[in-house]
Design a protein around this ligand. Structure first.
Ligand code: PHE
Length: 337
């Protein structure tokens, strides 16, 4: 009989499950009316007197161990059930919809990549800008009519929302020594009526290259490289004379129309070309304003609207689509960028 007690004790020690029904079955098998321990207790009166003490102690230990085991397993099983409730970890996941980057981010990242490949770093600056960085340093004297080229949101007479990211380039020129190769992507603000072609908030990438002996030919070749990378190998560019206070000479850059490949259509108004940016050789006054010796260094600058590039690249005919957050529009731009 002692052997039977030992055997049951071993069974109690080894038993383990997280299933509530199995715990109950185990309890009945040992402690139920017809259970193993109950049967042992019933036989207790047949045990010879001299063995009663040892046997009694053993059987008490067994009973106690069995009860403790049942209680512990019941708690653990209930716990597992409540946390796993209805959860089948082997089930395949709910498909969830993949998001898409905003087309303006896609195009901005692409522009940054293209210029990174030829050694341009990225610089950023504040959206609220002082008069010096947005205008004066860039050769817009106070009261100069060129200030009217960009309708400005003023905060006070000396502070405005930047009208272009050329302001960032002033900061870069002031804070570093040539050679400088940098582009400044960012949000800019102009007090313009919102239409299919204009918005009061839009995005620019402006570029700057200053070193000894930088020429207009370098500018043209850099922009041709950019246009081909952005719009395809067959793309041509055309430069038209223009005016900006901070560059001399200045030009507007056109790319061959993507829709008609330069043959002429209603998008390019039969010219075969579409305007994408302004550029020019940095005016020596601007270099001097920023502490760079214009007798030693020269440089070029260019600036483009990201919306405009995105409209051309993806043939979007209304700039307002970029700001409306209509998922049907945005979902079309799933890309790696
Ligand atoms: N800053 C000009 C603009 O916002 C663009 C530009 C940059 C033109 C650099 C020439 C050179 O319109």
């Amino acid at each position: 009989m002692l052997a039977k007690v030992e055997e049951l004790l071993k069974e109690v020690e080894e038993f383990s499950t997280t299933d509530l029904d199995a715990v109950e079955a185990f309890r009945i098998r040992l402690l139920g009316k017809k259970g193993g321990i109950t049967a042992l207790l019933a036989e207790f009166r047949n045990v010879p007197v001299e063995q009663k003490k040892e046997f009694g102690q053993k059987i008490n230990t067994l009973k106690k161990a069995a009860l403790e085991k049942v209680n512990a397993l019941k708690l653990a099983a209930a716990d597992a059930e409540s946390t796993n409730h209805g959860l089948d970890l082997t089930m395949s996941g709910q498909p969830f919809e993949q998001g898409a980057r905003h087309p303006l981010s896609v195009v901005r990242n692409e522009i940054i990549e293209i210029f990174n490949r030829i050694g341009f770093a990225v610089s950023e600056g504040p959206e609220i800008e002082d008069d010096w960085h947005n205008f004066t340093a860039l050769n817009f004297p106070k009261e100069h009519p060129a200030r009217d080229m960009q309708d400005t949101f003023f905060i006070d007479p000396e502070t405005a929302l930047r009208t272009h990211t050329s302001s960032v380039q002033v900061r870069v020129m002031e804070g570093s020594e040539p050679p400088i190769r940098t582009i400044s992507p960012g949000r800019v603000f102009r007090n313009e009526a919102i239409s299919a072609r204009a918005h009061c908030i839009f995005h620019q990438v402006e570029g700057l290259y200053i070193d000894k002996g930088v020429s207009f030919a370098d500018l043209k070749q850099t922009l041709l490289y950019f246009a081909k990378e952005m719009f395809g190998e067959k793309t041509k560019i055309r430069l038209r004379p223009s005016y900006f206070p901070f560059t001399e000479p200045s030009a507007e850059v056109d790319v061959s129309c993507q829709l008609c490949s330069g043959k002429g259509c209603n998008v390019c108004k039969n010219t075969g070309f579409l305007e994408i940016m302004g550029c020019g050789m940095i005016d020596p006054n601007v270099l001097e304003n920023c502490g760079i010796d214009s007798k030693v260094y020269s440089g070029f600058a260019f600036g483009m609207g990201i919306e405009r590039i995105a409209m051309l690249k993806y043939q979007v005919n209304d700039l307002r689509h970029f700001f409306e957050n209509d998922l049907r529009f945005l979902k079309q731009f799933k890309t790696a960028y």
